[in-house]
Design a protein around this ligand. Structure first.
Ligand code: PXG
Length: 469
């Protein structure tokens, strides 16, 4: 078989056979995939993708929380082409730099809002969210070493958080399934509960009261570990991969009070939430807290090319730069000129089309109004949105909020109906989540909601037939 031909020249079955013979996929049961064959995605435009059988799908997950500016952006391809012809690669290790990386760092620093006395003038580049969080661990430890407090090593994170898949990323993350494979977490990383009101709110407790209680778990943990041993707290503004867990309004201000009280660093992992997703360039602005480090990746290039990094706030940057000497850390592709050129072109699009403002304004309101109306569906126990992120929970009994048994795999049943009917929606347990491109029009949102309704109705009929409701 000629494996150098394009996807179009091979049949779907041939691609699937080669796929299962040679390609180890991330987070995939390979035995299972080999029996069913992967869906082959071949092309894209706007908010749609197509598979090798010509089926069109509305991509309500923006690839994987990445393609904020939508598919088919010629300007991004042109930026990559131009940069590849000018300087496709050069490293920034040995007292050299390149123009796109310098411009991008300058621009990101200007975009980061200044909250109080905290501002960002420096950026460290990587190629992914996972690498960036590894860099965070290195920077946090170096920071406390330089300040003469090397005993401050413990980083507190949250259960059900996702911070990547490298050793440090998976350790910072709170996914028990990931910890179970490979002796994780690595030492000096510990976890507290997540602010999931639907699951953990007590009868009669308001969301605001729960938000304060959930933030209090951080203080409990700091006191348990010993305040002089805690280096940092890391959290996603909204937990994305964990199922779109949106904290109550009281949560983040209380977290800020606690990290300030104990002087520990705050890391905002905005790999999903930055670049307009929540209506702002950076999501901490949405919640009004003041991080010291901000992880970014994904939508900085709208996913067109890998790029990640850390916004390094002045508190940390000053110490690393003024007292640090050489920091023995970095990646071959830190400040990759092509990736940075694509990011600059992507930010141009986002600025010209005012994508964050759109999400923050009327379009975001319309999206919220339409999505929240799903609460009326008999299968939906709760629905929530924040910017262009949304999640709903499927329940067995709407009145009592009785959940399905995890073995019922209700989310996967619903996801199957979405997939078969032209919609990409992600299932996380019994939660169905979306993060559509920020370019969605009113008509696109109407179509999205029509498809979600249809999938929910089909799921309901299916569950009824299976005797699960
Ligand atoms: N932090 C956060 C908050 C993320 O969402 C990462 C770090 C890691 O980024 P990289 O680029 O190393 O993958 C992520 C990635 C899902 C899913 O199932 C989400 C992610 C990755 C894979 C799957 O929703 N987020």
């Amino acid at each position: 078989m000629n494996t150098h031909s394009t996807a179009e020249q091979l049949s779907t079955r041939e691609i699937q056979a080669l796929d299962s013979a040679h390609f180890i996929h991330p987070f995939t049961d390979h035995g299972d995939l080999a029996t069913r064959g992967a869906r082959v995605i071949t092309r894209s435009d706007g908010i749609y993708i197509w598979d090798s059988e010509g089926e069109k799908l509305l991509d309500a997950m923006s690839g994987l929380w990445c393609v904020n500016a939508g598919y088919g952006r010629k300007a991004l391809a042109e930026a990559a082409y131009e940069q590849m012809m000018t300087l496709p690669f050069y490293n920034s290790f040995f007292q050299t730099t390149n123009v796109p990386a310098v411009k991008l760092a300058t621009r990101l620093a200007a975009l980061a809002p200044k909250v109080g006395d905290r501002s960002f003038e420096h950026v460290f580049f990587s190629s992914s969210g996972s690498e960036s969080n590894d860099s965070n661990v290195r920077m946090v430890r170096r920071y406390w070493d330089l300040l003469g407090q090397p005993q401050r090593k413990v980083i507190i994170s949250r259960h059900n958080a996702y911070h990547g898949s490298t050793m440090a990323g998976a350790s910072l993350g709170g996914m028990s399934g990931m910890h179970a494979q490979g002796d994780l977490p690595i030492p000096n990383i510990t976890h507290i509960g997540q602010p999931y009101f639907f699951e953990d709110g007590q009868p009669g407790e308001s969301a605001d009261a729960f938000g304060l209680r959930a933030a209090g778990w951080l203080e409990d943990k700091i006191l348990e570990v010993g305040p002089d041993k805690v280096a940092a707290f890391i959290a996603e503004p909204i937990q994305g991969a964990g199922g779109v867990i949106i904290p109550p309004a009281t949560y983040w201000p209380e977290i800020q009070r606690i990290v300030d009280k104990y002087g520990i660093l705050l890391i905002s992992d905005e790999v999903i939430c930055a670049f307009g997703r929540l209506g702002h360039w950076f999501a901490y602005e949405r919640f009004g807290y003041k991080p010291d480090l901000v992880t970014f990746a994904k939508a900085v290039t709208s996913g067109y090319i890998p790029l990640g990094g850390v916004m390094v706030g002045n508190r940390v940057a000053k110490v690393l730069i003024e007292q640090g000497g050489e920091f023995n850390h970095g990646y071959t592709y830190s400040g990759h000129p092509v990736a940075c050129a694509v990011a600059l072109a992507n930010l141009d699009i986002m600025e010209a089309e005012q994508l964050p403002q759109r999400v923050r304004g009327e379009m975001g309101d319309y999206f919220a109004k339409r999505f929240l109306a799903l609460k009326d569906h008999p299968l939906v126990g709760d629905a929530e949105t924040c910017g262009f992120v949304a999640g709903l929970v499927l329940v067995k009994n709407k009145q009592t909020k009785q959940r399905f048994n995890p073995d019922d795999a209700v989310g996967m049943i619903c996801r199957g109906h979405c997939f078969r009917n032209g919609l990409i929606m992600r299932a996380v347990g019994d939660r169905m989540i979306i993060a559509p491109p920020l370019t969605m029009t009113h008509a696109d949102i109407d179509e999205l909601l029509r498809l979600i309704h249809q999938a929910l109705d089909l799921t309901q009929a299916d569950l009824h037939q299976k005797g699960l409701i």
